[in-house]
Design a protein around this ligand. Structure first.
Ligand code: ADP
Ligand code: MG
Length: 380
């Protein structure tokens, strides 16, 4: 297959450089470069599979709108956005509106070539597993702050956006939070798997485990009130993660409140810990204590990310106050949306299924884009 590539930028030197890079991959064929949006749009509309490389550094909003319009009309076109203003906000906006990838200018050749290769695999229908599996735990020492809601919706959005295999591990055991939320009856119980990690392998995991609807999200949980199959130790958790890492690109862990040994093991094995808080003094105090404990456990400062849940603009406490108190930046905030979250619980479905345009569903999606993108770029 020879995939035509169109370049849309004003900058002649980057047109030339891109052309040279494209010629290095025989699956792609440089078609034309232009600085005219209309022409590019018409050209893409004439093609079946194609790649459009677009510089969005100038007139970012206009360029991102153009990406949206192009991808909506031509779902077979993969867009690579380039920008000098590489920020979380820009990355999320571009990817949310349909860019397949966004790369920083000046362009790094290896990253560009890797992106082309990923796009080729996507056209071939090949699933690519990220080189490394990333484990992300959602934690708070307080109940009811949204750990389960966030772990589940984030895991699902990661699966939908990356199409890679995502494992959601519910460490609540007998309480079966995850299975209750989405009304699931897992064929294999997590505690059984934890006691038999030596018999687990890739085939078993990917062929036998239940997928959530027709996504690439796999759920590892116990049903509620399940009598646990024997005592689960820290090393069982460690072994399970080791096996999961061979088959999954992401492991998302829903934890219980408290610093139990299994939870601490999961946190210490995670590449990222999303530490949840709400914007009230008791939750923030709690969060402060968690940070102190993580510090004494020698967790890398950067691995722990503050996530504010149930955020409201009108709160008395402001984000700046939180950052001052915790002496740490807030990584992400999820808006309070009682109506959507309550309907999701009552219907036993994810937030996006209640209303994918709701602020809370968009926030889960954007968080997943940020996390998958920063992983890809090895930013954390
Ligand atoms: N952003 C949000 N807006 C409104 N309600 C939320 C939000 N996040 C979670 N909730 C609700 O808060 C309650 C507790 O959430 P849950 O995920 O069970 O917390 P945890 O796992 O920390 O105990 C649930 O009823 C959930 O629907
Ligand atoms: Mg929970």
């Amino acid at each position: 297959m020879n995939i035509p590539v169109l370049i849309l930028t004003k900058d002649e030197s980057s047109q030339n450089l891109l052309k040279l890079f494209i010629e290095e991959n025989k699956s792609f064929n440089f078609l034309a470069s232009t600085d005219d949006f209309e022409k590019a749009f018409l050209a893409v509309s004439e093609l079946k599979n194609s790649v459009l490389i677009i510089d969005i550094s100038e007139n970012e909003d206009f360029a991102i709108d153009f990406i949206k319009k192009t991808v909506e009309k031509n779902p077979e076109c993969k867009v690579i956005a380039l920008t000098e203003n590489y920020s979380a906000e820009t990355v999320i906006k571009a990817m949310r509106e349909g860019a397949a990838e966004i790369l920083r200018l000046p362009l790094i050749k290896e990253k560009f070539l890797k992106t082309l290769e990923d796009i080729k695999n996507a056209f071939d229908g090949k699933k690519v597993k990220s080189d490394k599996c990333k484990t992300i735990s959602v934690f708070s020492n307080k109940g009811g702050v949204g750990k389960t809601s966030i772990a589940m919706n984030l895991a699902l959005e990661l699966a939908k956006n990356t199409k890679e295999n995502v494992a959601l591990v519910d460490l609540n055991f007998q309480l079966g939070d995850v299975t209750t939320f989405w009304d699931l009856k897992p064929t294999y119980n997590l505690s059984y798997m934890l006691k038999n990690t030596d018999t687990l392998n890739k085939d078993f995991l990917l062929n036998t485990l239940d997928k959530y609807k027709d996504t690439s999200l796999y759920i590892l949980a116990d049903p509620p009130y399940f009598k646990q199959a024997g005592f689960v130790s820290e090393s069982d958790v460690e072994n399970l993660f080791k096996v999961l890492k061979t088959s999954f690109s992401y492991i998302i862990v829903d934890t219980t409140s408290g610093f139990g040994m299994k939870t601490m093991k999961a946190l210490s094995l995670s590449e990222m810990v999303l530490l949840l808080t709400t914007m009230d003094i008791p939750a923030l105090r709690n969060c402060q204590r968690c940070l102190e404990l993580f510090d004494s456990e020698d967790f890398e400062d950067d691995k722990v990310k503050i996530l504010v849940n149930r955020f409201m603009e009108t709160d008395d406490i402001k984000i700046e106050d939180v950052e001052k108190l915790l002496r740490k930046k807030v990584f992400w905030k999820i808006p309070n949306n009682y109506f959507t979250m309550m309907s999701a619980n009552n219907l036993g479905v994810p937030a996006a299924e209640v209303n994918k345009e709701s602020n809370v569903a968009r926030s889960f999606k954007d968080l997943s884009i940020l996390i998958s993108d920063s992983i890809y770029k090895q930013n954390f």
